[in-house]
Design a protein around this ligand. Sequence first.
Ligand code: FAD
Length: 461
Amino acid sequence: MKRVCIIGAGLAGSYLALLLAEQGYVVDIYERRENLLFSNDQSKRSIGLALSARGIHALSQITGLMPNVMENAQRMFGRRIHSLNKDTKYNSYDANNQGVICAISRETLSNVLITAVKLHSQINLHLGKELFELIENNNIIEPFFSGEINIPKFDFIIGADGAYSRVRAAIQNMGEINFEISKSPFAYKEIDIPFSPNQDEPVALEIWPRKSFMMIGLPNKNKKLLQGTLFMPLKGDKFSFETFATPKHTFNFFREVFPDIKFTIEDAVEFNNRPLGSITCLKGGPWYYKNVILLGDAAHAMSPFLGQGMNCALEDCVLLGEILSQCEGNYEQAFAQFYFDRQSDAEAICELSESNAYEMMLESTTLEYQLKKELEHIIHLHYPHIFTPYYQLITFELIPYKYIEVIKQWQNELLSSCNIELFALNKDICNIDKVLNYKALEIYSNRMEKKFPFLINKIFS
Ligand SMILES: Cc1cc2nc3c(=O)[nH]c(=O)nc-3n(C[C@H](O)[C@H](O)[C@H](O)COP(=O)(O)OP(=O)(O)OC[C@H]3O[C@@H](n4cnc5c(N)ncnc54)[C@H](O)[C@@H]3O)c2cc1C
């Protein structure tokens, strides 16, 4: 029987173990952490994740996972922007409320996956086993783990060990593999935000954009708390994590910039004690060497500003599973194929995620941004066969990210040519004929028909 080694039982590693076990592989999954099941207490420190189409599609491939996921997930219908003057503005994610995006805590999702992994007879989960090194022996790479003597022979090894992947570092030393790691200027801290939802308003991703930084809050199914994350520059004089020298500084900061949040000096003490997370972005490749392949954050860590890192990692697993099922034992060729098919998508979503930081923090505070978002929906309603806002394509569809990067550029050009001032004046009785620039629409439409004829009518309807 074919035997595979997965390094890392994070979201991608544990999901892939299930997928490959379903294909008949014996899977050994090695994880450096001792304990993967989180108690309720620890979940206070969890990161809320947005799970959307790509992740949902992947999880649906394994019978029985999605009901357990959805039981703990909270659907979000749009984003709500909180201004400094306490005003809020809601934008739905899509005009018809059809796309599904859910908030779920990392721990909950991980618990669902790990529980299934533990129950699977073809998966051996090795906890507290850190990959120590990979060694090449007669053209085959073998893994070595701290404190593990009896290591079986594997057909191949998958590095799902996250942004600081040791598998990646090891194959970089062996082959012609180049990665560029960059640290984002932004860091993050988690915070529980007390929140009493207004029953009349749709459940949303709550956003406090403040130009050079922002806080977001994901709704939590069972609690009156948002799972919040404050994203800020690491360094800087005015608004940065450096300025939280004492709880008093933190308390004053929250009072000044998030006046609609109840925040006490005790909260400030707790906040200051919370760990600071860094954001790593990764570009490069190839992601494979001989019988080793990387995926998820180990191959293409990205900034979290589009909520796609995990969704993309799970989508990687589906693609790799499909390619492996057809490779007839030629693993190196399968890995080359996977890299060839996926690398430009990964690069595109990394770029899209990076640029979304500024869109969320800066542009979303402007009236023009709000109007453009509304106008996008109206154009979609009038021209569904060719125009679906790019955010929806990322979040609610499975089309390759690399196409969306191009489509976003074209959509931006179209929106910039629209008469936004007129739209602002007549929003409620909007006459699309007067707001749209038909020449620009024709250019957009021709581009779509020429480059993406296979998407028209299939996705855009
Ligand atoms: C603040 C923030 C918010 C985010 N929000 C979202 C979101 O809303 N939606 C979304 O889709 N994505 C989001 N992401 C991205 C998402 O968290 C990652 O893309 C995802 O966790 C990647 O999964 P992975 O399995 O590849 O890596 P990881 O989740 O990092 O898992 C790697 C695993 O490998 C283990 N490991 C590491 N080294 C070794 C070793 N040497 N030996 C053995 N085991 C090892 C680790 O312990 C870990 O369990 C967010 C990220 C951040 C930082």
